[in-house]
Design a protein around this ligand. Structure first.
Ligand code: AMP
Ligand code: MG
Length: 422
């Protein structure tokens, strides 16, 4: 548990809260992220998408037996002539699940199928395409090597070695690997509980008619989607009006029932005095204007035992700030270790992009290939932070760093795929 408080950390910080670099805000938040401690035992299938709380240690050698990597014949390598054909006598067969229970002597071989146990005495397999059979007399072509096409016991994993490390999110291949070890249950961290609500007098929930100047709340839906994809348990507390009493009640309920509280809307700005006063009274919260677009205002802190993220109101800003700040923080809280940042790579931009230096921009792009097969990216039209369609049409972010100015067609830009995130 970190003993540093948010207030101490923010005082020690010489960055301007009105122009907070993206990387610095991430580092600040990461000082306070202690993972959930509770561990559950679950059947293998239920571990998908959960975080391992203990190493999975192999109770067996994998493969368990020395076996053949090919369909062919098993023999002593010393019998094979390097300079000419070799003829051996077939004395039996070793098929997957039905081993040969004798021993292979000089001048002998055993018919073997992929996965079949290599019999005693044999150390080499010749694939059937290099052999000719006449009844039980088998002739092999020259140029075979002793030890070829044999998979040694324990070659993939030795008994007692770590098959999967604690802190890993369990993927489909891992389910198969765990099952291949004969393990039926694993230890995972309990899911993270995340409560969220939207703030704003103009917001209506779907199913109600809109009055003048009112809009439907979309942020609770994108948050539901992003959180569910990460494997969090969600608690949707609805729309809360910009009213001190109602907000206080919502914050209390959220902080009491969840590990993390996320809001979207004006709260993140902390400009309304009552918001700063309220959150100051209920916990410790820092308010930043991040040097980024979209997603400038962001609040982070603790309310009671819960972590708090105050996201901006604009629908695209909510998604960008979630992916750039909240996602990694939630992974750390879920017990993921190490947390890897989402990878970025380079692509040629086919359009001109308007960009002011001094802040990081996350434009929405469509990544594809040109006629030569090279990666190219174009922006998804209008980039306003309220235009959710720009996010919906995109398959990547185009990340333009602080120092970058306008981008001319043909220039190389950094992209980050949404697939796997959303
Ligand atoms: P705010 O940060 O509260 O000033 O909101 C910025 C913009 O985002 C305004 O146009 C709001 O109407 C809009 N907005 C805020 N919350 C939501 C929401 N939950 N769903 C859709 N739009 C929202
Ligand atoms: Mg608002």
């Amino acid at each position: 548990m970190s003993t540093l408080t948010i207030a101490q950390a923010s005082c020690a910080d010489d960055y301007d809260p009105n122009s907070m670099p993206v990387a610095r805000a991430r580092e600040f938040i990461h000082q306070f992220l202690d993972p959930v401690g509770t561990v559950l035992r679950v059947p293998v299938r239920s571990a998908l998408g959960r975080v391992l709380a203990q190493d999975v240690v192999s109770p067996v050698d994998v493969p368990a037996h020395r076996n053949s990597a090919m369909d062919g014949w098993a023999m002593r390598g010393a019998d094979l002539r390097g300079d000419g054909e070799t003829t051996l006598e077939e004395i039996g067969s070793s098929f997957a699940g039905r081993p040969f229970d004798g021993s292979v002597g000089p001048g002998q071989c055993v018919r073997i199928m992929t996965g079949g146990v290599v019999p005693r005495g044999a150390d080499t397999v010749v694939m059937q395409e290099r052999a000719r059979a006449q009844g039980k007399t088998i002739t092999f072509t020259p140029g075979q090597k002793t030890g070829q096409n044999v998979r040694e016991a324990g070659e993939d994993l030795r008994t007692g070695s770590v098959a999967l490390a604690r802190g890993r999110i369990v993927r489909p291949a891992d389910l198969g690997l765990i099952a291949s070890l004969g393990i039926g249950e694993v230890s995972v961290y309990r899911p993270l509980r995340v409560a969220f609500f939207s703030t704003g007098d103009e917001l209506k929930s779907i199913g109600t008619a809109l009055g003048e100047g009112e809009i439907y709340d979309s942020n609770r839906y994108t948050l539901h989607g992003m959180l569910t994809r990460l494997g969090c348990e969600t608690l949707d507390l609805g729309v809360v009006r910009d009213d001190p009493k109602l907000l206080e009640r919502a914050f209390r309920e959220a902080a009491a029932s969840a590990d993390v509280v996320i809001t979207s809307g004006g709260v993140s700005v902390g400009e309304a005095d009552f918001v700063k006063e309220l959150l100051g009274r209920m916990g410790e919260v820092v308010f930043w204007k991040i040097a980024m677009k979209p997603g400038r205002p962001l609040a982070y802190g603790k309310i009671g035992g819960a972590h708090f993220f105050g996201l901006p109101g604009n629908p695209v800003s909510v998604m960008v700030t979630f992916y750039q700040f909240v996602r990694e923080a939630l992974l750390a809280l879920m017990g993921v270790d190490p947390v890897h940042p989402v990878p970025t790579f380079a692509a040629r931009c086919t359009a001109r992009l308007k960009k002011a230096p001094g802040r990081t921009e996350f434009q929405r792009g469509v990544l594809g290939r040109d006629a030569e097969g090279a990666l190219v990216v174009r922006p998804t039209g209008e980039q306003g932070s309220g235009i959710l369609k720009s996010m919906s049409d995109a398959n990547c972010f185009i990340i333009l760093g602080d120092a970058t100015g306008n981008v001319e067609p043909g220039a190389t830009v950094e992209v980050q795929l949404l697939e796997g995130l959303v």
